[in-house]
Design a protein. Structure first.
Length: 200
């Protein structure tokens, strides 16, 4: 984004913790080594309870905090934003800087794919090859309507379908699967894990 000849380059990245965010910031500093400022904002933690920002030499409160407010207003966590500014020779003033930095982050987020992090439980369904096509269709349709995800099937002696299902939907999956296969197939429940799901 260009504002009065100053160029603002925004990098948004998912991170797992503060150390991961700092690695992203260091990488951006190396990539855009000739920029005058690298202002940052990050929110981490399951509840978004860890937040940091830096004005990196811009007047206090004109870059990092406005960037951080954009992340907070969108209820994001485990994300870092870095805006690298190439100074264009014209001072923007405090209000102009706040608008430029917050707009840079906001416009970058508008183009980003937001990922929702949820805990899902692994469920395996094994079917004979002769029934695999029908079972595949039933499970894919079920996944679309129940907040679950679907891994690629594994073909061996039989076909194993792996689904990642919200814990409160496992009983429903079992009953729907039994109804669709006349009780011939059952689901084997495994361990839960945190899964990233691209939001619609």
């Amino acid at each position: 984004m260009v504002v009065t000849r100053s160029r603002f380059v925004t990098t948004i990245a998912p991170v797992t913790d503060v150390a991961d965010a700092e690695r992203v910031v260091a990488d951006v500093r190396r990539r855009y080594w000739d920029a005058r400022h690298h202002c940052t904002a990050m929110v981490t933690g399951v509840l978004g309870d860890q937040a940091r920002s830096s004005d990196d030499g811009e007047p206090s409160g004109t870059a990092g905090v406005p960037m951080l407010e954009v992340l907070r207003r969108r209820d994001l966590t485990d994300v870092v934003a870095v805006v690298s500014r190439y100074f264009g020779g014209v001072k923007l003033g405090a209000g102009g800087l706040v608008r430029a930095y917050s707009t840079s982050v906001s416009e970058a987020l508008d183009r980003a794919a937001v990922v929702r992090r949820v805990e899902l439980t692994r469920v395996d369904v094994t079917a004979p090859h002769a029934d695999a096509g029908r079972v595949d269709n039933v499970l894919r349709d079920w996944v679309r309507h129940h907040g679950a995800t679907f891994d690629d099937p594994h073909y061996g002696v039989a076909v194993t379908f792996t689904l990642w299902v919200p814990e409160d939907a496992i009983g429903r999956l079992r009953s729907d699967l039994a109804a669709a296969t006349a009780g011939a197939l059952d689901a084997v429940v495994g361990a839960p894990r945190v899964v990233d799901v691209v939001a619609d």
